[in-house]
Design a protein around this ligand. Structure first.
Ligand SMILES: *[C@@H]1O[C@H](CO)[C@@H](O)[C@H](O)[C@H]1NC(C)=O
Length: 120
């Protein structure tokens, strides 16, 4: 019996450490799979902030455009906003039209939108 209690707490500690409770990764609500963006126009990217984690490590957000899943992190669409805003206006850069674009919202971790279309 002497050895059981320490073992149980060790196992519990391992589970607590593995739980991703501190990572705040709000789901993107716009753009969606049916979104079409036009080069040069502005849109509000939105995400769900209804259930924020109590301890957010990094509240400063960044929005990056990806094509075919490849991030263009050299030219983020927006930086330096609060991840708690739930919304950030961006302007679509002069990119090649395509239907394999997505955006990734970074805060504590990254969350990707579905693929959507950008037209010229
Ligand atoms: C984005 O949201 C802001 C604040 O609600 C609003 O003033 C602005 O017009 C919106 N931008 C677009 C492109 O809809």
């Amino acid at each position: 019996m002497m050895f059981v209690a320490p073992l149980v707490s060790l196992v519990l500690a391992a589970f607590v450490a593995a739980a991703p409770a501190d990572v705040y990764s709000p789901p993107i609500t716009y753009p969606t799979a049916s979104t079409v963006w036009e080069v040069g126009y502005s849109y509000n990217v939105t995400w769900d902030v209804s259930n924020p984690s109590k301890r957010i490590t990094n509240k400063i957000g960044m929005i990056v455009l990806a094509k075919g899943g490849v991030l263009n992190d050299e030219a983020p669409l927006a930086t330096g906003f609060s991840i708690l805003n739930g919304k950030q206006q961006i302007t679509v850069p002069d990119v090649t039209p395509g239907s394999d674009y997505s955006i990734v919202l970074f805060g504590d971790s990254g969350n990707s939108s579905p693929k959507f279309r950008i037209i010229a």
